[in-house]
Ligand binder design. Structure first.
Ligand SMILES: [Zn+2]
Length: 614
């Protein structure tokens, strides 16, 4: 068909004068082209947001997209050539951009590219097969329509847009594009909108973190996450989103690679040398923004948020809740690395660690475990990159949430089928599940109607619902491991808590300044076969449930459980484990609170509503 176009063209050049597209028809055809390229930009992506604030943003992006597309089409005199270029460059993947907008609620972003790249091929094929066939059909249909339209244009290939029409249109569009810069000096509307979006409570607690100097691990991550290029609007507009996201992703990737380049091997004492793995299945669930005080199991004053776990305790299962566990930092990226290794890339206070080593994931891999990291959080970005970089130590990885914190995204139950598949295909497994837990926006964390407060719009009640959802997810995992029958251990702890609206200190909007942000839930569950084989482990866990710990106890807890030995010496003396005494001893052998618990107490005494632990 392309050939026939060229044949018609050569005929025209041999004698017939080129036919001008007549006035009104020319305009409509031109407008149709511009509209086609901007179809995804017509979608309103923030259903619950303010029309006033996001309406400006939406219009700005749409107008910008239309003007740029018009300038592009002006480059071509012949409509069929213009359409061919539009199709080959942009329109063929338009259904993908539309699908992402409808399913994930965002344009194609660096996060989404990171999700695809960080997911191992076998897991990726599972993701791809989960795409509804409706979208694949739409993809084919759309491209067929584009092809048919090209054919229709080719039949009229002698038609051209006149110089006058293109010149005037291009002049008008360029003038409109330049106007805001000339009159308003730089891009104030965009800049303002970006500032306002910076106030989004979803990121506010993490944004209050201090700035870091150049060369600092976190500074490099922040820098890598900065918006690439000059425009605030284009990265969110079709068709600019894809190249923009690719560049943004590679910038973030380079920063993480540079940070991980100096990782050392774990200390020999933090390994499985000389041990046969005592547990065949090890699952670490990393919770998110969950405060222990919202868990009824730990706090009888809380609403009924943990009925399933309480039922398991009542049935006498080997389920141990550690009632005095503290977060070490209220920022995810500073809290999570210490839950994976005693030598994290950054310490919980944010300082880089030059002695950083690979994590418990590598230790498990070396011991012969089939390791996996399944995440409902993102794979890139300044908050996620450093954590996702630990995922690289696992043999199988899947990032199952194509969305961001701000959007609806997937519920944590999306992790369960991946876990089940991994259990079904390997004899001895070590799996990390990184959940979205109770991260703001709480209402996005559980299905409609779920939890003790059905369909509530109150943030406090929604928070309790999200905790109840975590209760269900943990219960489902325990059920899966019970049915599996192997010697299994499950360890859960939240990275930090959250000061929820309407709680202590009359918190208006969620923050992380009160004790609720530091007091986190932590638990260990043993399968019957594990507990029967290693009864001493169950006894030690039971004896320690009231001891004081921080979540830095997690890596050693996992190792002790994998070895079924908690007597052997520690490579770092202050390392904790839920299988070892948490309380420190003074010279008389009396139990004293550890330094972290003491600092928390001091901070509470100083100002319980704005705690500073340093
Ligand atoms: Zn977090």
């Amino acid at each position: 068909m392309g050939l026939s176009c060229f044949r018609v063209r050569s005929k025209t050049s041999q004698g017939q004068s080129a036919e001008r597209v007549s006035g009104q028809y020319a305009g409509w055809l031109f407008f149709l082209f511009v509209l086609a390229v901007n179809l995804p930009n017509l979608l309103w992506l923030q259903p619950n947001s303010s029309l006033l604030l996001n309406g400006t943003e939406y219009m700005e992006r749409l107008v910008l997209g239309m003007l740029l597309a018009a300038c592009f089409v002006c480059l071509f005199a012949r409509p069929w050539v213009a359409w061919l270029y539009l199709w080959l460059l942009f329109l063929w993947w338009l259904p993908l951009a539309l699908g992402v907008r409808v399913i994930a609620g965002t344009p194609i972003t660096a996060t989404l590219i990171g999700t695809a790249v960080a997911t191992s091929p076998a897991e990726l094929s599972n993701l791809v097969t989960s795409i509804p066939s409706l979208w694949l059909a739409l993809f084919a249909l759309w491209n067929l329509m584009c092809l048919m339209f090209l054919y229709w244009l080719c039949r009229r290939s002698s038609r051209r847009w006149s110089w006058g029409f293109r010149g005037k249109t291009a002049f008008f569009c360029l003038a409109m594009l330049g106007l805001p810069y000339l009159v308003l000096n730089d891009k104030p509307l965009s800049a303002k909108a970006a500032e306002q979006s910076g106030l989004n409570p979803a990121t506010a607690p993490e944004r209050s973190a201090p700035r870091f100097s150049p060369g600092h691990t976190l500074h490099e991550l922040d820098k890598a996450d900065q918006q690439v290029g000059f425009s605030y609007r284009l990265p969110g507009a079709f068709p600019y989103e894809l190249p923009w996201a690719a560049v943004q992703y590679s910038q973030a990737r380079r920063a993480v690679n540079a940070i991980r380049a100096h990782l050392q091997e774990p200390d020999a004492a933090f390994g499985m040398q000389g041990y046969e793995p005592a547990a065949e299945v090890v699952v670490l669930v990393i919770g998110e923004s969950s405060t222990r005080n919202a868990w009824r199991w730990f706090n009888p004053q809380a609403p009924a948020t943990t009925p399933r776990l309480e039922a398991r305790v009542a049935q006498g299962e080997h389920l141990f809740g550690f009632a005095n566990t503290l977060a070490q930092s209220t920022a995810t990226r500073q809290a999570v690395p210490s839950m994976l290794t005693a030598q994290p890339l950054i310490w919980p206070d944010g300082t880089p660690n030059p002695q950083a080593t690979r994590s418990i994931v590598s230790v498990a891999a070396d011991a012969g475990y089939a390791t996996a990291w399944f995440s409902n959080q993102a794979a890139v970005g300044k908050h996620d990159g450093i954590i996702a970089s630990y995922a690289e130590e696992a043999a199988a990885t899947a990032f199952l949430n194509p969305s961001s914190f701000h959007a609806q995204g997937n519920y944590d139950a999306v992790l369960l089928p991946a876990l089940q598949r991994h259990l079904d295909t390997h004899r001895q497994v070590f799996v990390v599940l990184h959940t979205m837990g109770s991260h703001f926006n709480y209402r996005h964390r559980y299905p409609a109607g779920f939890g003790p407060y059905h369909d509530t719009s109150d943030a406090r009640e929604a928070y309790f619902n999200s905790v109840a959802y975590t209760d269900t997810v943990l219960d489902n995992i325990m059920e899966m491991l019970s049915l599996d029958g192997r010697k299994a251990v499950l360890v859960y702890a939240a990275d930090h808590g959250e000061s929820i609206p309407g709680g202590a200190c009359a918190v208006g909007a969620a923050n992380r300044h009160t004790r609720d942000a530091y007091e986190v839930p932590a638990l260990v569950w043993l399968s019957d076969s594990y507990a029967q084989t290693w009864p001493a482990m169950a006894e030690q866990l039971k004896a320690n449930v009231q001891q004081s710990y921080s979540v830095a106890a997690i890596p050693q807890t996992l190792l002790d459980l994998m070895r079924a030995d908690s007597q052997v010496g520690l490579h770092v003396p202050e390392v904790q484990s839920f299988l070892r005494h948490g309380a420190w001893r003074d010279e008389q052998g009396q139990a004293v609170p550890d330094t972290w618990t003491k600092r928390l107490q001091l901070a509470i005494e100083e100002n319980p509503c704005f705690m500073i632990l340093r």
